[in-house]
Each structure stands twice: as structure tokens, then as C-alpha cells.
Design a protein. Structure first.
Length: 88
């Protein structure tokens, strides 16, 4: 992975990774009683792109009231990432 990243920085290829990050409760409270209350969860999928002279991260976030975190939702978040963003 390190070699591929360095090759992308030199040019000739594009290096992309994605990660479904840890879910976060909303609101974020430090009180123990809040643990037993109903909290809404926020989901985050990140895409990191490395190419010659440019490097960037793109995120797709949503809450569980909008949709769950199943296969369809994760795939849609990756499809929502436009590969054209990396060529600007």
C-alpha cells in the first residue's frame, strides 16, 4: 500500500481507499444516564484519493432516521462519490 501511494504521488496512477467509520451517537453526551436514552446514530463513509500533485478526502454522512447502514446504503455512498472530483 505504501508503494502504491508513492507511485500515485509521482504520477501515472491514482490511489483510492475507502472506510466505513465508527458510528457516532447524537447528541454526544458524557452523562451515564444518556446511555440508556434513545440516541440517533450518525454514519460516515470516507474516500481518500491520492494522485499526482493532489490528495484529498471526501465524506458521505447520514443519520439512521434517513437510512440504515446496510449494503445498499454503503454502496450508494460510494456511488455518490464522483470520480470526476479527482480530475479537477
Amino acid at each position: 500500500m505504501k508503494i502504491d501511494r508513492e507511485q500515485a504521488k509521482e504520477g501515472g496512477c491514482i490511489f483510492m481507499t475507502y472506510d466505513t467509520e465508527k458510528t457516532m451517537p447524537l447528541p454526544k453526551l458524557s452523562v451515564g444516564e444518556a446511555f440508556y436514552m434513545r440516541q440517533i446514530w450518525m454514519y460516515n463513509v470516507g474516500v481518500h484519493v491520492v494522485r499526482q500533485k493532489r490528495e484529498g478526502s471526501y465524506f458521505q454522512i447520514w443519520t439512521e432516521n434517513e437510512s440504515k447502514r446496510g449494503v445498499n446504503e454503503v454502496c450508494f455512498s460510494l456511488l455518490a462519490f464522483s470520480p470526476l472530483q479527482i480530475f479537477r
